[in-house]
Design a protein around this ligand. Structure first.
Ligand code: HEM
Length: 265
């Protein structure tokens, strides 16, 4: 920012007038807790935007063989993830009755419809064509998701990096259909065991990827616990069975090979 330019101020640089006008409660009154609910979701979406920005950066740094800078960026991502998990504590100060005071005004709106959350999942390899169908054809969200669906994942960027480092990554892994799930591969596991024993730089990246996997799982777990304490077993505003559905998303490793090798080390 050019501080000598008097036309640039804190408020106009950050577009504060627009930003502070974006919280629009729908309940009558409005109900006190609805502002917290809106602010927290908006803050999440901003962090999701930043996470996508940083995850794209990690893939780009691996593609140009900059493992140290990729690790540095991964550390930033993990720090953001910790903030995302910690933020749920704030929402948990809202009691079930406080949430019910405005819940009906959400109608069918739900975190289900967060395209940025799905984009993060896609980038991390958890792709689902079905979740794209929920977004209006031609809209910003749909276009972004369709692009992410076709693009290679962070795991693919890592496999290509390993191959360039001289590891014997099978061609089938390097040319796999990137819209399909990441499945465990015995050959990749052999490579990873070797890297853990002999190559501290690659091991470092692997450990940060495990942190990322764990951090994402932690958010899912804390979110479902929050849902259970706030709405019990009621169905979600997005039309799913609620906590029962969310529990089905737990326990799925993003990078299965990195977990498979643990018992061999
Ligand atoms: C009182 C607070 C909250 C409740 C009761 C709640 C409830 C739910 C429920 C029941 C679902 C399942 C889909 C549905 O049928 O609607 C869901 C999904 C989701 N929620 Fe929340 N949620 C809350 C807060 C949040 C916050 C703060 C975020 C942050 C962005 C969030 C993000 C998501 C996402 C991304 C999904 C989709 C998860 C997936 O499909 O794996 N939720 N939520």
């Amino acid at each position: 920012m050019n501080t000598s330019d008097p036309s640039v101020t804190y408020a106009n640089y950050l577009r504060l007038d627009e930003l502070l006008a974006l919280q629009q409660p729908r309940s009558d009154g409005p109900e006190h807790d609805e502002l917290l609910f809106i602010v927290i979701h908006q803050v999440y979406e901003l962090w999701f935007k930043e996470l996508l920005h940083e995850l794209d950066r990690v893939a780009a740094l691996l593609a140009i063989d900059e493992p140290h800078r990729a690790q540095h960026t991964l550390k930033r991502i993990l720090t953001i993830l910790k903030v995302l998990v910690a933020q749920l504590d704030i929402l948990e100060t809202m009691t079930p009755l406080e949430f019910l005071s405005f819940r009906s005004r959400l109608e069918a709106a739900s975190g289900f419809q967060s395209d940025q959350f799905r984009q993060i999942e896609f980038l991390l390899g958890a792709k689902s064509a079905a979740s794209i169908a929920r977004f209006a054809v031609g809209g910003r969200a749909r276009v972004a998701l369709e692009r992410r669906y076709r693009e290679s994942t962070l795991w693919d960027a890592f496999l290509h990096y390993l191959a360039r480092e001289g590891y014997p990554v099978p061609a089938a892994n390097l040319t796999r259909d990137v819209t399909t799930p990441i499945t465990p591969s015995p050959q990749i596991q052999d490579i990873l065991v070797d890297a853990y024993r002999t190559d501290a730089k690659t091991q470092g990246i692997c450990e940060r990827l495990v942190d990322l996997d764990e951090g994402f799982a932690e958010w899912r777990y804390r979110h479902v616990r929050m849902v259970e304490r706030t709405i019990g077993v009621k169905s979600g505003t997005g039309g799913s069975p609620g906590a029962a559905y969310l529990r089905t998303t737990l326990g799925q490793n993003l990078f299965p090979d990195l977990w498979e090798i643990r018992s061999r080390l």
